[in-house]
Design a protein around this ligand. Structure first.
Ligand SMILES: Nc1ncnc2c1ncn2[C@@H]1O[C@H](COP(=O)(O)OP(=O)(O)O)[C@@H](O)[C@H]1O
Ligand SMILES: [Mg+2]
Length: 364
């Protein structure tokens, strides 16, 4: 196990800079998820840690040792890819042990490590089967087992679940989390899926355009997004955004209505400043059908444009100050387009951003 430190890490392809000087420390045993849209530099960053890409600038250290010039096999880390090619003609036991065998380990040691990995991953009864005799989830577990037997300092995962169907993806997500709870090895995990990031991570690193936008626990990133990009990337549906200006301690929206947000939000804003008010669908609900409706709030009469029943809750599309907004109705009640309801905005859960920079104005 080892701490991984990135200091000013850069990647350039000729004149094109795709990773812009990343500073990040991943603690020993920590599960860190790099998340961001496609092309933001997640895989490149991971591959520089693995040694599969040259580092154009800065330093990568694993366990205190600078590894910039070390080949991948000398870094003592295991990478689990999206395509987990197993050897089709070998049984599970031989698939698990193959890497150790070519590294020249003794049969005794290989058998011990294979048994241990099989125990951890629940593969003990499947050791004599070939990959063709396994389900997709079992194959994925064998792929992880091949990484475990090496006793690496860290596991690196690059979108390991994106080829799986939704149900299996959910199962494997739980397996990976259980695996980490058992072995407590440092994990760096790349995904574009914010749900995977939220559910797996000890800490999330949100990336955009080769830069880090925010680092924090899932709850920090969800409850205190540093900017509009993070606010709309983390959470589903994306946070509603309403443009306005600060006027007498309230936010005046495009239609002239004033939303009296708590001083905590406006404390760092100047009178007349152009701002963006952010509020999640979960925090706009018809009166009597919200999660928690006893904090500071504002009530608005709004018309339902569209309702999507989801069982015990419905997603409601409505409009506020000329802008489409999504709201949540909790409970099995059915509503229809055209219905007019009183909605309550939970303003203690609202966010305020500077319109020009997109940065949060919240004093944390
Ligand atoms: N070999 C390459 N040459 C030039 N540009 C590349 C190369 N590999 C990746 N890139 C660019 O680097 C950026 C980051 O890519 P990548 O790390 O794969 O993103 P992600 O994994 O976040 O989707 C992208 O814009 C991609 O087009
Ligand atoms: Mg990628």
């Amino acid at each position: 196990m080892a701490e991984i430190t990135l200091t000013g890490v850069e990647k350039r392809y000729g004149a094109l800079r795709v990773v812009h000087g990343i500073d990040l420390t991943i603690a020993q045993g920590e599960f860190v998820v790099l998340v961001g849209p496609s092309g933001c530099g997640k895989s490149t960053t991971l591959r520089m840690i693995a040694g599969l890409e040259d580092i154009s600038g800065g330093q990568v250290r694993i366990g205190g040792r600078v590894v910039n010039d070390l080949p991948p096999r000398k870094r003592n880390i295991s990478m689990v890819f999206q395509n987990y090619a197993l050897y089709p003609h070998m049984n599970v036991r031989d698939n698990l042990g193959f890497g150790l065998k070519i590294a020249g380990q003794t049969p005794d040691m290989i058998a011990k490590r294979v048994d241990e990995a099989a125990q951890i991953l629940g593969l003990a009864d499947l050791l004599d089967r070939t990959p063709a005799e396994l389900s997709g989830g079992q194959r994925q577990r064998v792929a992880m087992g091949r990484a475990i037997v090496r006793h690496p300092d860290a596991f690196l995962f690059d979108e390991p679940l994106s080829n799986l169907d939704a149900k299996l993806r959910g199962q494997m997500r739980a397996e990976i989390k259980k695996l980490h709870q058992q072995v407590k090895t440092t994990v760096v995990y790349v995904t574009h899926d914010q749900v995977e990031a939220m559910t797996l991570a000890d800490r999330i690193v949100v990336m955009r355009d080769g830069q880090i936008e925010q680092v924090g626990t899932p709850m920090q990133v969800f409850n205190h997004p540093a900017n509009i990009f993070v606010a709309t990337f983390i959470g589903s549906p994306p946070m509603n955004l309403l443009p306005g200006t600060i006027s007498g301690g309230a936010v005046r929206l495009a239609d002239g209505s004033a939303v009296p947000v708590p001083p905590r939000l406006t404390g760092r804003a100047a009178e007349g400043q152009a701002v963006t008010l952010g509020i999640r669908a979960d925090d706009i609900s018809p009166v009597g059908h919200g999660l928690s409706q006893d904090g500071p709030g504002a009530e608005l009469d709004l018309s339902v444009v569209l309702a999507e029943p989801l069982g015990m809750e419905s997603l409601i599309y409505t409009r506020v100050a000329g802008q489409e907004v999504q709201a949540k109705l909790y409970g099995p009640r059915l509503v229809n387009p055209g219905d007019r309801l009183t909605f309550r905005l939970a303003l203690d859960r609202a966010h305020l951003f500077d319109a020009a920079s997109g940065r949060s104005l919240e004093a944390i």
